[in-house]
Design a protein around this ligand. Structure first.
Ligand SMILES: Cc1ncc(COP(=O)(O)O)c(C=O)c1O
Length: 349
């Protein structure tokens, strides 16, 4: 039949639900949202009037974000998860006949949005060591998107390297997806008024333990935020619901709690990397809440399947080929990661 769209969608990690499982396959936070968030959630009946539409501008949340970063509320726009804000950013800023550039191994959704929105793109190969070769982006382009730290590699470029990159590409919009930056990186968000080509994307799904709430935001100079706002209002002006805005605002204000739990995750991550090394695994450096690991003597798909039988869910990618003997493992609690190590030992012994 004519006119029907064919599309290869993004394939998210599975969402199994067993009472005894260790779910470390989709980079969710190991710890619960802050007690203040949970308290507000418990008392919601009175505080939100669901007869009313949600706010159009998320003024309270944007004000909390502006205090967090020392910027103005008009440097921010909020969406239904960073996936939505990223999709709006692609529509807003990638409208050239030149290809949008991004790494060949990165967040799988970038390619899907290019296909969906018919945006030309070119994937730039990662270096041998899986790092992003920033120098390879010096070519004609219709914009650039970099996840920093990158997923699923977990590797990170310093803020100084990224600043040089922004200067070098001052004629292109550069979107920096900082979904994992709070696990050891430094955000570029405070620099948005210095670089009129910079759009920083954040999510509350990872470092704020709120993947199920669906809140993400973009930070940029007000002129770019206005364009994003026009695209958002052309699609779904009420995409952030009233409950989500209230809970997200408390989470942003409760920064101390999140610093503490994310500090724990970083500590557990380094201990887990050391335990893997003792078993002969080779694990990339990580500035995220996950690691990418392989073993020169073992088949990672077989290990993936064996862990899964014991209800330990990690992520294995069949494609691209360079990744198919790696596992991406989200960092859970200390107790969970000890069980994972015991299980891996049992499997490979
Ligand atoms: C690099 C990266 N960006 C964006 C997202 C989307 O996050 P969310 O839509 O939950 O905000 C993810 C989720 O895994 C991610 O890994």
């Amino acid at each position: 039949m004519k006119g029907i769209r064919k599309i290869s969608p993004y394939v998210p990690g599975e969402q199994p639900n067993y009472p005894d499982m260790i779910k470390i396959n989709t980079n969710e936070n190991a710890y619960p949202p802050s007690p203040r968030v949970l308290e507000l959630l418990a008392g919601f009946g009175k505080s939100v009037d669901l007869r009313r539409y949600s706010s159009l501008d998320q003024g309270n949340l944007r004000s909390a974000l502006s205090h967090k970063y020392g910027l103005k509320p008009d440097n921010f726009i909020v969406g239904n998860g960073s996936d939505e804000i990223l999709a709006f950013a692609f529509l807003s800023f990638f409208n050239s006949s030149e290809p949008v550039l991004f790494p060949d191994i990165t967040y799988g959704f970038y390619k899907v949005w290019c296909d969906l929105f018919k945006i030309p793109f070119e994937e730039i190969a990662l270096a041998e060591d899986f790092s992003i070769s920033l120098e390879d982006y010096a070519r004609p382009n219709g914009g650039i998107i970099i996840a920093n730290p990158n997923a699923p590699t977990s590797l990170y470029h310093s803020a100084d390297a990224m600043k040089d990159f922004l200067v070098e590409h001052s004629d292109s919009i550069v979107i920096v997806d900082e979904a994992y930056v709070n696990f050891g990186g430094v955000s570029l968000a405070p620099l948005v008024n210095d670089f009129d080509n910079l759009v920083v994307i954040h999510t509350l799904s990872k470092s704020e333990s709120l993947a199920g709430l669906r809140v993400g935001y973009a930070v940029a100079n007000p002129a770019l935020i206005e364009v994003l706002g026009a695209v958002k209002s052309s699609f779904n002006p009420y995409s952030v619901d009233s409950l989500a805005e209230k809970l997200a605002t408390i989470a942003v204000e409760d920064a101390g709690y999140y610093e503490a739990i994310n500090f724990n995750i970083i500590k557990t991550r380094e201990e887990f990397r050391a335990s893997l090394a003792e078993l002969g695994f080779e694990t990339l450096e990580s500035k995220t809440n996950f690691v990418l690991t392989t073993h020169p003597q073992y088949d990672m798909n077989a290990l993936f399947e064996s862990l899964q039988k014991d209800h330990i869910f990690v992520r294995h990618f069949d494609k691209p080929e360079r990744l198919n003997n790696y596992l991406r493992i989200t960092i859970g609690t200390d107790e969970e990661m000890q069980k994972v190590i015991e299980n891996i030992k049992k499997t490979i012994s």
